[in-house]
Design a protein around this ligand. Structure first.
Ligand SMILES: [Zn+2]
Length: 109
């Protein structure tokens, strides 16, 4: 994995992920990222993004259920997916991202 900014070989780093999402602190231990030793750029592999996304979804769903905000889990998930698809379309329209594939990273930045 080479840095797309300076071309140096990036280093694989295993690190915990901690970030508040919708008021809940999401913690995922041992996520895999790549960091450039030259310029500090970070690359997050798609598998890592998916892994964080899955963990985040599970956690938010669990919290929402605990607080009685969700009654029908499947219906809720379907709405979330619809909203995510809409958010991506709107981000493309606004010119924030060029294509669908650019979207997953935005969720966590
Ligand atoms: Zn670099």
């Amino acid at each position: 994995m080479r840095c797309k900014f300076c071309g140096r070989e990036m280093k694989r780093v295993v690190t915990p992920f901690r970030r508040p999402v919708k008021g809940e602190m999401i913690v995922v231990k041992d996520i895999e990222v790549y960091r450039c030793p030259e310029c500090g750029a970070m690359y997050v592999p798609e598998d890592t993004i998916k892994h964080i996304g899955r963990k985040t979804g599970e956690k938010l769903l669990k919290e929402a259920k605990k607080r009685g905000r969700i009654r029908d889990e499947k219906e809720h998930l379907r709405k979330m997916q619809e909203k995510a698809a809409k958010d991506i379309e709107e981000a493309i329209k606004r010119g924030e991202i060029k294509k669908r594939e650019d979207a997953p990273l935005k969720v966590f930045t």
